[in-house]
Design a protein around this ligand. Structure first.
Ligand SMILES: [Zn+2]
Length: 326
């Protein structure tokens, strides 16, 4: 991503969606019928977490892209048995998401001739930013519905209301309500502020087992009840690297619907340099100079050091720091 250094509010992949989320349709008891019979309604199908994309000729592990990638929508008549979510309105026309996860793979593949279901993580960086943001939103909403089909209090099957922005328990003795949820997570690039003996600034990156060869990324973790964001940053850095920090500085945030996170990104300054991992989340953590990182490859390349995914806030945090280095 290429962002001007002076830009104070970053526009990261999967964000910046220009869609009117509010609509009077949500307040109608028959919102589902209104949407299904609307002549201009568009449906974004989601099948087992995957998005419908044209132009993708790769297999599950193959990232081959030989023409522009675009998201595909379908008509409501083709998803008659699917639960809908009203994402918003585009010029007063409903933009919907439909969960087709109960369909067989053959049925899902037969939905259109010229598109297939692909994991958004494989194609997000190659999509138009609005399409990537829309698919991200659809994926996140469908995942939330899938995981809230039953009331968390009494176990009764819940009802899909307010255009998919509420799941309500029908038991009058319970009246449980659930609203779409996200999981806040912090992600941080720790810099050493020239503490190293040679005076060369370095930043702290870690590597988890199972990542592609050579990939090191920023440290991250979920916010726990009772914590501020700054406290989470300090705890995660301490647990994953043993490093003490100060000056936690907000940089940007990013919706990350894999499956339901909001990534809240920071830079922080190290107080100590000695790395000692206290949990098993990472298999390695190291200090890297700007020179190390400028010579690095990117996620998936066959190099000894690779940067985080192009579409991630981790990458943005690293690139922002690199811009600040002479
Ligand atoms: Zn209930």
């Amino acid at each position: 991503m290429n962002l001007p250094a002076s830009q104070s509010v970053a526009q990261l992949p999967y964000s910046g969606l220009r869609l009117k989320r509010t609509s009077p349709i949500r307040d109608q008891a028959d919102w589902d019928d209104i949407c299904r019979t609307h002549p201009d309604a568009k449906v974004i199908p989601v099948w087992q977490g995957k998005s419908l994309i044209s132009g993708w000729n790769g297999g599950e592990e193959d990232a081959s892209i030989d023409q522009p990638l675009t998201m595909k929508t379908v008509e409501t008549s083709s998803v008659a048995d699917a639960e809908l979510v009203l994402l918003g309105v585009d010029d007063e026309s409903p933009m919907l998401a439909a969960d087709l996860s109960h369909w067989s793979q053959a049925d899902a593949n037969a939905l259109t001739q010229d598109a297939r279901f692909v994991d958004l993580r494989k194609v997000g960086a190659a999509l138009d930013t609005q399409e990537a943001a829309l698919l991200s939103y659809a994926r996140g909403m469908v995942h939330w519905h899938q995981t809230h089909r039953h009331c968390g209090r009494c176990g009764a099957a819940t009802l899909n209301e307010r255009g998919g922005m509420l799941r309500r328990c029908p038991e009058t003795s319970c009246s449980g309500q659930a609203f779409p949820r996200i999981d806040p997570a912090v992600i941080v690039l720790v810099v050493d502020d020239s503490l190293h003996p040679d005076g060369v600034p370095r930043c702290l990156l870690g590597r988890a087992a199972g990542w592609p060869k050579g990939v090191y990324s920023t440290l991250a973790g979920f916010v726990e009840p009772g914590e501020t964001l700054e406290e989470t940053v300090a705890r995660e850095v301490r647990e994953e690297s043993g490093i003490g920090i100060r000056d936690v500085r907000y940089q940007a945030s990013q919706p990350w619907p894999f499956p339901s996170s909001l990534m809240i990104g920071f830079h922080a300054t190290a107080r100590t340099l000695d790395i000692a991992r206290h949990d098993q989340e990472l298999e390695d953590a190291r200090w890297f100079s700007a020179r190390d990182l400028r010579d690095a490859g990117t996620w998936g390349e066959d190099k000894t050091l690779c940067l985080p995914r192009q579409d991630s806030i981790a990458r943005y945090l690293v690139e922002r720091w690199l811009e600040q280095q002479a």
